[in-house]
Design a protein around this ligand. Structure first.
Ligand SMILES: N[C@@H](CCC(=O)O)C(=O)O
Length: 233
């Protein structure tokens, strides 16, 4: 699987993402710069976490206007697979490659804690190595993770099976009003969504940080192993 990771000024999780892709796929990804105006041949583009442009204006707002986003958009329009994690998810919504917006956390403070996610669909390359209803752990680290969209958009996402992950309690129950189950106030406890063709996925938690057994947990491996199965010719 030929993966590319986009680095912006302020990105700080590109090495975590590169390590996860290398560990699971066996192939080192290509590091891309936000000013690049052409891409190598790729199967997957990843926008990793961090603080692109210092989160000035809004998290992801400036990164969404970087030159490389024209190439990312064209790649997605050709049916390419794109994964946005945390700041990468914020950039994808700001670029309108995914619906909705990530607003300030409901508690108005930066969250740095474990989150528990329930897989809401296994019918995608990003989730095929889980079963619908599986619950896994993934670290959270963000100030603007409160997923928000219109009621009509939320209904559309639900109706088209495009909610990928939802925040739940550790034993899997869902309580949108609970800060344990829903740490940042996201509407309907949504943690990750998909594009209409289900080939662009964004999520706030960091599954790339739980793929190495030497670090004590491999909860995030299925995200990457599913992509390898779908994208390796
Ligand atoms: N800087 C963004 C994302 C953080 C990250 O990607 O880890 C925020 O605080 O919401």
């Amino acid at each position: 699987m030929k993966a590319g990771i986009v680095v912006f000024p302020g990105t700080n999780r590109e090495r975590d993402m590169a390590q996860a892709l290398r560990l699971v796929s066996g192939k080192a990804p290509t590091m891309l710069w936000h000013r690049d105006t052409s891409l190598p041949e790729l199967d997957l583009i990843v926008l990793p976490g961090g603080f692109s442009f210092g989160d000035y204006l809004r998290s992801g707002a400036m990164g969404a206007h970087s030159p490389i986003l024209r190439e990312v958009r064209a790649f997605a329009e050709r049916g390419g697979y794109v994964l946005g994690v945390c700041n990468g998810f914020q950039i994808l919504t700001e670029a309108q490659l995914l619906p909705g917006a990530l607003l300030r956390n409901a508690g108005m403070r930066f969250l740095s804690q474990d989150g528990f996610l329930r897989v809401e669909t296994s019918d995608t390359a990003f989730t095929r190595d889980w079963s619908k209803g599986d619950v896994f752990r993934a670290p959270l680290a963000h100030g603007d993770g409160n997923y928000t969209a219109s009621e009509a958009e939320l209904d559309r996402l639900e109706g088209e099976d495009r909610v990928a992950f939802r925040y739940v309690c550790p034993h899997g129950t869902l309580d949108a009003a609970s800060r344990v189950s829903n740490p940042n106030g996201s509407q309907r406890s949504i943690a990750g969504v998909l594009s209409a063709n289900k080939r662009v996925c964004g999520l706030m938690p960091h599954p790339e940080n739980l793929v190495d057994p030497d670090l004590g947990a491999t909860d995030g491996v299925p995200l990457f192993s599913g992509l390898v199965k779908s994208l390796v010719a």
